[in-house]
Design a binder for this molecule. Structure first.
Ligand SMILES: NC(=O)c1ccc[n+]([C@@H]2O[C@H](COP(=O)([O-])OP(=O)(O)OC[C@H]3O[C@@H](n4cnc5c(N)ncnc54)[C@H](OP(=O)(O)O)[C@@H]3O)[C@@H](O)[C@H]2O)c1
Length: 280
């Protein structure tokens, strides 16, 4: 198998994991694309900015497959994504693997519309629908920032369960389905190996790191206020608070075997993920 895989969002949680996972597929060339003009890796790199269509052509040139991370935090990504997908198909991209979310179905506003457009535009497509990322506890995310600052974080999930997933497991799945000889043309619900409440996740994190980590449940309105105070716009904060209410009501508690089925290796547990982090 040969070809060139364009990885958008290649410095992000999942994009960087896709790039890493392509080491298993050395016959494929990897091209990274972000707003940074300088390469984050030794791969071929192009500056790509959703907001600057003049950068799209160069990123797409010669690519036959693509990992798609839609514009982040945009309530209406289709304004940029629709013309980009048309340009990608015309440039010769045949297969697209799009990052969506376990909480988003085909046609839902935002990422659901992106998924539907990918399905309509490309003969070969996959939509990845991961659960919440383990990196939310450790990276650039309000939960992680709050834990680092105070040892405590809030959510509106109550005792609802989530099967948190390591972004690297999402990256492994994406690389496998981009490199596979044929496409499945399907959506893939990706989870970690166990569904945890935030109280349980906090207890695991406290045990592994030896630091104080506490979860404090609040109601969705209080949670939305907190997100706005953390810099989120009010509309997006309301969407995230509504997602927490879904979790609280048990809608996101499913555990799937998809990561192992598609890659041959089971997903990491939260404790394993935390133990593998470099010391703080
Ligand atoms: N966190 C969760 O629990 C969770 C769960 C399910 C789904 N999701 C979805 O996952 C997605 C985020 O993926 P991620 O965590 O892998 O991304 P991420 O870590 O937020 O990284 C974003 C990437 O996109 C690039 N980027 C940002 N703005 C850009 C622009 N204007 N043009 C081109 N590239 C740009 C960034 O690089 P530069 O800054 O260098 O451009 C970076 O490489 C969101 O759609 C979210 O809804 C998240």
């Amino acid at each position: 198998m040969s070809g060139t895989a364009l990885v958008l969002g290649a410095t992000g949680t999942t994009g960087s994991a896709v790039v890493d996972a392509f080491r298993r597929f050395p016959d494929l060339s990897v091209r990274t694309a972000t707003r940074q003009p300088t390469p984050p890796t030794t791969h071929d790199h192009r500056r790509f900015d959703w907001a600057d269509p003049a950068t799209w052509r160069d990123a797409l040139h010669g690519a036959d497959r693509m990992y798609l991370v839609a514009p982040i935090g945009s309530a209406e990504p289709m304004a940029m994504v629709a013309p980009f997908l048309e340009q990608a198909a015309a440039a010769g991209v045949r297969r697209v693997v799009a990052l969506s979310s376990s909480a988003v179905a085909f046609g839902d506003p935002g990422l659901g519309e992106v998924a539907a457009a990918v399905r309509e535009t490309f003969a070969e497509w996959e939509v990845l629908r991961p659960s919440w990322f383990m990196q939310n506890f450790t990276g650039a995310h309000p939960v992680a920032e709050s834990v680092r600052a105070t040892g405590e974080f809030i959510t509106a999930t109550g005792a609802g369960r989530l099967a948190f997933i390591d972004g690297r497991d999402i990256g492994r799945v994406a690389a496998h389905v981009l490199a596979a000889p044929g496409a499945q043309c399907g959506e893939h619900l990706l989870t970690g190996p166990e569904a945890l409440t935030y109280d349980e996740a906090a207890a695991i994190m406290a045990e592994v790191t030896g630091r104080t980590v506490r979860h404090r449940p609040v109601d969705p309105e209080r949670f939305a206020d907190f997100l706005v105070a953390s810099g989120y716009d009010a509309e997006f904060a309301a969407v995230l608070a509504a997602l927490d209410a879904l979790v609280r009501d048990g809608a996101q508690a499913a555990v799937t075997d998809t990561v192992e089925r598609l890659t041959g290796t089971p997903p990491r547990s939260f404790a394993t993920y935390l133990r593998a982090l470099p010391p703080a």
